[in-house]
Design a protein around this ligand. Structure first.
Ligand code: G16
Length: 542
């Protein structure tokens, strides 16, 4: 039976950088989930009888929302739903399933790297038929709909058993519970030289992969240990838990400190890596050296030809604006296009679909390619492994040779989390107001060349996205970028991105914060962060 249920709108369902993210109790309010899903469906056209993919990162509330989504998909006229066993699909795996099976779209249930649990975060994101996050035009329409929604449609049927692989009939539609790993593992096998990587492991190469009790555990065990022969135990924290074991599943130097400490110790394996809550981010650490995500993007692009899937060369490289310019130098050398987009993976979608870019990346530990339309944590790990197997050199040597060839982009991001929202907005408005007057001014001996609020003209559909982050560019190529996070769920997070280019190889061994000290001080002089936030120091430095 299909019911139409009257509802009242909520005013806070604006999808952010990566979908709608809120605390679990917010999602648990009456009809909150239903309103959002109905608003998504109401903004789509032509899905009758078609397939919807539903997957999540296994966090708290995942299963409940999947059951609601199944009932609403049936009531709204989808013909079939594909859902990962146990409600699990990593974000890149969901993107692959949508593409591989020609689904109409998918609901990705995740709050990514944010913590999970009854009082932590949850999220819902709609991905379109290309497998990528809905473009801004669609998320704007969804938000508008959430503000006027008056009813939703839902079918009545008992909970679907999500733990058994197979095809079931429920509410007049077919529900296929699929193995979440198989299709993804096959895709990876088609891109990388598994034989060469297997040989490297067989000859004694060691690695530590931290799945952070999040979604990549089953994927990493299957691919790294079973298919590639990494020693059992190479994958740590591989059981996905609804609260990620009480940890923050964000693969950065703060939350993956144990792995970092191991990689800097005498007991370090050859290679260390981690992924986040939903499997789209990555952390890469060599023995004795952390590879920043911006550097990793550049190095993967420069060496991609070693992997069979990219042996034909790259069509282009894309990076988000705050990501360092290291990849730009690689693109220039390869003679391929370089695209600078706003923050958020959705902006890469058009470039990938149009065949203008092959590899994309963000400073926030996201790297990926045109094999799916999401960033992909394990993909980055496997491409590194493929490169290591082909070059037969340690990570450190590869990194240092890269810097010697291209120069080094010293880079760091300083986050101020939990800032009072009004204070954060005031800081940004004040910065905007003085942009034009900054030009020519000197701070700590650095002269401002230009300052602007980044605006992006999509070269494919000509859409414009403005106010995407304040950039202050100094003479000589250094820069500081200020922007407010679009993914936080409590207060505001101010992100300050700091970058300095150093061509001289003799100066490539400086500690990062030290190398950036002048710029960090200049950022404080320009924005008055301490006074505005009441904070003496960033809460997270990556
Ligand atoms: C952050 C990062 C972005 C990233 C986004 C979503 O956004 O800065 O680069 O695209 O998270 O990532 P995920 O899908 O892994 O959550 P923001 O707006 O918080 O800076």
């Amino acid at each position: 039976m299909i019911r139409t249920v009257a509802t009242k709108p909520y005013d806070d369902q604006k999808p952010g950088t990566s979908g709608l993210r809120k605390k679990v109790p917010v999602f648990q309010q009456q009809n909150y989930v239903e309103n959002f899903i109905q608003s998504v469906f109401d903004c789509l056209e032509g899905f009758e009888g078609k397939t919807l993919v539903i997957g999540g990162d296994g966090r708290y509330f995942n299963r409940e929302v999947i059951q609601i989504a199944l009932r609403m998909a049936a009531a709204n006229g989808f013909g079939k739903v594909m859902v990962g066993q146990g409600g699990i699909l990593s974000t890149p795996a969901a993107s692959n399933i949508i593409r591989k099976y020609g689904a109409f779209g998918g609901l990705v249930l995740s709050a990514s790297h944010n913590p999970g649990g009854p009082h932590e975060d949850f999220g819902i994101k709609y991905n379109a038929s290309n497998g990528g996050p809905a473009p801004e035009k669609l998320t704007d329409a969804i938000f508008a709909k959430t503000k006027t929604i008056a009813s939703y449609k839902i079918a009545d049927f008992a909970d679907v058993d999500l733990d058994t692989v197979g095809t079931f009939s429920a509410g007049g539609i077919s529900v296929e519970v699929i193995d979440p790993v198989a299709d993804y593992a096959a895709l990876m096998e088609s891109l990388f030289d598994f034989a060469a990587i297997r040989k490297m492991f067989a000859s004694g190469f060691t690695m530590a992969f931290d799945a952070m009790h999040a979604v990549t555990g089953p994927y990493a065990v299957e691919i790294l240990e079973k298919r590639l022969g990494a020693k059992p135990g190479s994958v740590r924290n591989f059981v996905p838990l609804p609260d990620f074991g009480g940890h923050h599943p964000d693969p950065n130097l703060v939350h993956a400190k144990k792995l970092y400490d191991l990689m800097m110790s005498a007991k370090a394996p050859d290679f260390g890596a981690a992924s986040d809550g939903d499997g789209d981010r990555n952390l890469i650490i060599g023995r004795g050296i952390f590879v920043t995500p911006s550097d990793s993007l550049a190095m993967l692009a420069a060496n991609a030809r070693h992997a069979p899937g990219y042996a034909g060369g790259l069509k282009g490289i894309a990076r988000s604006m705050p990501t360092s310019g290291a990849a730009d130098r690689v693109a220039a050398k390869l003679g391929v296009g370089m695209y600078e987009t706003p923050t958020g993976w959705k902006f890469f979608g058009n470039l990938l679909d149009a065949g203008m870019a092959t590899i994309c990346g963000e400073e926030s530990a996201g790297t990926g390619s045109d094999h799916v339309r999401e960033k992909d944590g394990l993909w980055a790990v496997l491409l590194w492994l493929n490169i290591l197997a082909a070059r037969q050199e340690p990570v450190k040597a590869i990194v240092e040779k890269h810097w010697a060839e291209y120069g080094r982009n010293y880079y760091s991001r300083h986050d101020y989390e939990g800032v009072e929202t009004d204070a954060a907005n005031r800081l940004v408005s004040a910065l905007r107001a003085k942009l034009s007057s900054l030009r020519g001014q000197s701070f700590r001996g650095l002269t401002v060349e230009t300052a602007d609020d980044f605006s992006y003209l999509d070269p494919v559909d000509q859409s414009v996205s403005s106010n995407q982050g304040i950039r202050v560019l100094f003479e000589g190529g250094s820069r500081v970028v200020f922007r407010l996070s679009g993914t936080g769920t409590s207060g505001a997070t101010l992100r300050v991105y700091i970058e300095r280019y150093e061509p001289d190889a003799a100066k490539h061994g400086i500690e990062t914060q030290e190398a950036l000290a002048d710029l960090i001080a200049a950022a404080e002089d320009i924005a008055g962060i301490r006074a505005a936030t009441g904070m003496d120091a960033p809460t997270v430095i990556t």
